[in-house]
Design a binder for this molecule. Sequence first.
Ligand code: PMP
Ligand code: GLN
Length: 379
Amino acid sequence: INSKLPTVGTTIFTVIGALANRHQAINLGQGFPDFSAPQALLERVDYHVRQGHNQYAPMGGVASLREAIAAKVEQSYGRAVSAEQEVTVTPGATEALYCAITACVRPGDEVIVFDPAYDSYEPAIELSGGRAVHLPLLPPDFAIDWQRVRDAINPRTRMIILNSPHNPTGATLSAADLDSLAELVRESDILLLSDEVYEHLVYDGKTHQSLLQHDELAARAFVVFSFGKTYHVTGWKTGYCIAPAPLTAELRKVHQYVTFVAVTPIQLALADFMTSCPEHHQQLAAFYQHKRDLFCEQMAPSRFQFSPTQGTFFQLMDYSEISDQDDLSMAEWLTRERGVAAIPVSVFYKEPTTVRYVRFCFAKEDETLTQAAELLCKI
Ligand code: PMP
Ligand code: GLN
C-alpha cells in the first residue's frame, strides 16, 4: 500500500506492553497507574449509567463538566474562560492534540517540536501535509534553547508544540521560558499547542506554569489536559482543550467529525467528582512526590544514574555504566531478562540518537516500586 505514514510502526507502548505481558515483567513502561481511581468517582459512573445517561453528549461536552473545568481553570490559573465557547471535552488529550493540529496545519506549514517529543504529534502533522521541525532539548536539564527557536522561525512556521511537564524527561517550563516564547511569537501569527496533561505532577514545591496564566500566550494557544492522568483513569480516555473562542470553533469543526463527543456517563461522573472533591487534584503532587522519592531512594544503590524528575510520573535513568547496548535493546533486555519493563527514550527522537536512558513509570503501588527497585539494584 502507498502509506501516508511510511515511517510509522507500532507505538513503543504497545511493543513493550506486549513484551512485559509475555515475560510477566513488572510493567514500569507505558504510563498508567496500577492502583484504583477514587471509589467516589467510580460510584458516580455507576450512578449515571443506571440513571440512563447513556446517549450522545453535546458536541463540546456535557454542560456540568465544562462548567466544572472552567471553574478549575479560573481557580488554578486565574483565567476566566467561557464554558460554552472555550472549553471542549475530548476523548483523551490525544484527540484534542490531533484535532488542533489538523484544524490549523496546511500542506507546506512547519510545526516546531522539541525532541524528545511525545509520539503522537508528528503523525498528525504529517497527515495534514505539514512538516515537523525538530529542535533538541539538551541534557542534563532538557531546557529549550530559545535562540535556536528564534533561528528556526520563518514565514512557514504555523505552530509550536510545547509539553510541560514533559514526557519523557520530566522537565518543566519556567515563567521566564514563557516570557521568552511570548517575545518570539509577538509579531507573528504562530499558534501554540500546549500539552499540559501532567499539570498537577510538579515536585519540590514548584508550581506548574501554564500557558493559561500568560495573557499573550493564552490568546493564541490550544491548551490540552487529560483526566486520565489526574484521576488515575487512563483507560477512560477523556480530556479537554481550552482555547479562545475562534480557535475552539476551528478545533470543533474537526472534533465533530473525528469522534463527535466523549463518553457521556464518564463526563457526568467527572463533573460530580471535580466539584465535590477538589482535594483530589490539590493533593496529587504530594501523592506522586512520595512515589518518586520512594523509587529514587530505593534505586540509589543501583548502577543507574539519575536526578529526581521535576515533573510527570516518569523517571529517566542513565544506564551507561551498566551497558553500552542501545536503549531499545536495553529496554527489551530489562523486560525479558530482569523482569522490569521500561521505555527506551530514543523513540521520542526524530533523528537516530545514541542516548543511554530508559524511562520508568512510578505511577505504581509502593510495593510494586519496591519490587522493581530490588530487581534493578541486582544488575
Ligand atoms: N500527551 C502526553 C505528553 C502524554 O504523556 C499523554 C499520555 N499518554 C497524552 C498526551 C495522551 O493523553 P490521553 O490518554 O488523555 O489521550
Ligand atoms: N502517554 C503514555 C506514556 O507515555 C502512553 C499512551 C499510549 O500508550 N499511547 O506512557
